[in-house]
Write a protein that binds this ligand. Structure first.
Ligand SMILES: O=C(O)[C@H]1O[C@H](OP(=O)(O)OP(=O)(O)OC[C@H]2O[C@@H](n3ccc(=O)[nH]c3=O)[C@H](O)[C@@H]2O)[C@H](O)[C@@H](O)[C@@H]1O
Length: 429
């Protein structure tokens, strides 16, 4: 068993305003005169431990850290049995896949799809508070109850947990989707990007490289690595050395790090550059999601424009197309091999950019409501004016063929959104 961190309860007597604390003489007297010496020393010792615990980098006292804390809860024979059962493929030809970020948007969809076709799947997720935790919990219920995927609550930075999982199960593949997502949030909490997208990725690669039969890795890179590249459509051969956000820079760093592990240890690593993925069970921090919420609440939305009313557009890609691409990347990945691994970087987009104006007018049509729009010059917040994927390589390598246009995809999203939040409203009555 791995010991769990002690739960620290709130101490009510601490004054709320610094500097106003006056020691209560009676309590000082009590400590000095009433408490026997053998009680005093353990108290001093304990205070030291608590003091250093709060100073330590893993302390969960700051709200930002609390939001992203590691919430490992694992261990014991029952837990081990559940992991092993979930990891078992239906037939001997099936894969055994560890999905990191399993209660994330893409992770939840991909886990269900893998399990449905007969692969063994174990999910891993730290349930961080970057966005609404109840949405993550709902995705988890769907995974566990309806698909039979066991989700381990833990962090990719937790080396002990990763070693435990890889010791229990021989994973043939890792679908690594755990990450700090979002372009604009990198200006608010830059360290969370380093912690998840760099530290966490390296931790995972270190554990994978030290396993006997190293699994192949398929992981989430991002269209944002193209940064300020203006040559369209974006091809994997284009330059990616001008990131516009820290988020993009950490994803690009991930690609370089992956190359080093492929080169030295022969790992098989496929990085998929996802282009603005949307759909049911999506991420509330993304524009299509919060625009929907704000239109329904008659709250003003900001539509970004370039200089001289330049169009801002995205190659919005529907979740089911992305999941097909992920599964195909798993199926076509070479085995990791100390002699010769494999290194791939592949775009997964839709190849038809749509402007933000069009996104909003489509939502207005589907919601049958007018948005309160404010058009603003795109702030320098990490966003780029345009993304547009060249998917020739994906077609060739993965047989990838996206089928969903934005209007159809948004129709499915809006239906899910209304059903989901309506049901939540009813259940809270
Ligand atoms: O393609 C990707 O790799 C990235 O796609 C999205 O990033 P983004 O394309 O910026 O998606 P949104 O944040 O949903 O923004 C969509 C569009 O709406 C615009 N926008 C956003 C917010 C806003 O208030 N107004 C507005 O016009 C943005 O500039 C952008 O053009 C995801 O958030 C990233 O995690 C992902 O890595």
């Amino acid at each position: 068993m791995i010991p769990l961190k002690p739960i620290l309860s709130h101490i009510d007597n601490i004054p709320s305003t610094a500097g106003k604390f006056k020691p209560d003489k009676s309590s000082v007297y009590y400590i000095h005169h009433r408490l026997p010496k053998f009680t005093l020393w353990p108290i001093i010792f304990l205070s030291f431990i608590l003091f250093f615990f709060f100073l330590s980098p893993t302390s969960t006292t700051s709200p930002r850290r609390r939001g992203l804390r590691t919430t490992s809860s694992y261990g014991g024979p029952a837990w081990e049995n559940r992991v092993k059962l979930s990891a078992k493929p239906r037939s001997c030809t099936g894969h055994t896949v560890l999905v990191t970020g399993a209660v994330g948007f893409i992770g939840a969809h991909a886990s269900v799809a893998l399990k449905r076709r007969g692969d063994g799947v174990v999910g891993l997720d730290n349930f961080n508070r970057y966005y609404d935790i109840t949405l993550k919990q709902s995705r988890k219920s769907k995974l566990v109850d309806r698909a039979g995927v066991f989700v381990v609550e833990g962090d990719i930075n937790d080396e002990v947990l990763l070693r435990r999982l890889f010791g229990l199960v021989h994973f043939t593949h890792v679908l690594h989707l755990a990450a700090q997502a979002g372009v604009r949030y990198a200006m608010i909490n830059p360290n969370s990007y380093i912690k998840s997208n760099i530290d966490g990725f390296v931790n995972l690669l270190e554990v994978v490289k030290s396993t006997i039969e190293q699994p192949a890795i398929v992981w989430a890179s991002s269209s944002s690595v193209y940064g300020l590249n203006s040559k369209v459509p974006f091809s994997e051969k284009d330059r990616t050395d001008q990131p516009a956000s820290l988020y993009a820079a950490t994803k690009k760093a991930g690609e370089e790090i992956a190359h080093a592990y492929y080169h030295i240890y022969g790992l098989s690593i496929t990085g998929l550059r996802f282009f603005t993925v949307y759909g049911p069970w999506g991420r509330p921090d993304m524009a299509y999601f919060f625009f929907t919420k704000d239109i329904l609440n008659q709250k003003q939305i900001s539509i970004f424009e370039g200089p001289n009313h330049g169009t801002i557009a995205r190659d919005f890609t529907y979740i089911d197309d992305i999941v097909k691409g992920c599964l195909s990347a798993i199926d076509t990945a070479n085995k990791s091999s100390k002699k010769k691994g494999e290194f791939r970087i592949i775009n997964l987009g839709n190849t038809s950019p749509v402007s933000v104006h069009k996104l909003v007018s489509t939502l207005e049509k589907l919601l049958k409501m007018k948005a309160k729009k404010k058009v603003v010059l795109m702030p320098r917040n990490g966003d780029v004016p345009l993304t547009h994927a060249n998917i020739s390589l994906a077609r060739m390598e993965l047989g990838y063929k996206p089928t969903m246009d934005l209007e159809m995809g948004l129709k499915k999203f809006v239906k899910w959104y209304l059903d989901y939040y309506d049901a939540k409203k009813k259940s809270s009555w």
